[in-house]
Design a protein around this ligand. Structure first.
Ligand code: HEC
Length: 158
């Protein structure tokens, strides 16, 4: 009986997947900053230790992948599902968080980068410099174009 109730609750909950704020980062700048600084992504699949980023900011980073993206990369699919998301912590020389980069697939179609939301903040306080915030930011998707549907990190995560 308890199982049936749990299953029914799950079925009712599933269509509201977008409401699961521990899996999908908000794409509003202020809400996203609060979500990131609250560490909502910390339970996602992640790299076991920092690596030097090959991206635009040559700092130590740790990448985190939500369930949708992690499963999709594991299955080696050509297109990730809508709501696939990644968070990259940018670390300072002491290993403390000093910013974040985020990508969220907001559409079923990646549409040459427009279907992805991109965000990056250089610093860990709310007044830090936000260098990307929106869909189709050229700086971001340009470099991510050769990836697997715009995702560059080698998978499985190390
Ligand atoms: C110079 C190329 C380059 C640019 C420009 C770039 N990235 Fe990346 N990005 C990378 C590489 C390479 C990785 C793989 C992990 C690593 O080495 O950092 C990556 C990884 C990521 C990840 C982890 C998921 C994934 O795709 O692997 C996120 C999130 C991310 N970048 C966001 C951004 C955002 C937001 C911007 C725009 C501000 C951006 N990137 C611009 C090269 C780039």
């Amino acid at each position: 009986m308890a199982v049936c109730v749990a299953a029914a609750a799950l079925l009712m909950y599933q269509p509201l997947g977008y409401a699961d704020d521990s899996q999908i980062p908000p794409t509003d700048k202020d809400q996203l900053f609060a979500w990131l600084s609250g560490g909502k992504y910390k339970h996602w699949a992640s790299e076991s230790e920092p690596h030097q980023s090959a991206g635009p900011h040559p700092v130590s980073v740790i990448a985190y992948l939500n369930k949708a993206l992690n499963s999709s990369l594991a299955a080696n699919t050509e297109a990730h599902p809508q709501d696939a998301a990644a968070v990259k912590e940018l670390l300072d020389e002491n290993g403390d968080i000093n910013g974040w980069a985020v990508s969220v697939k907001t559409d079923v179609d990646s549409n040459a980068g427009q279907g992805w939301f991109w965000y990056e903040i250089l610093g860990a306080t709310s007044d830090s410099s936000v260098v990307a915030n929106g869909n189709g930011v050229p700086l971001c998707f340009g470099c991510h174009t050769p990836g697997n549907d715009f995702v560059l990190i080698p998978h499985p995560l190390k």
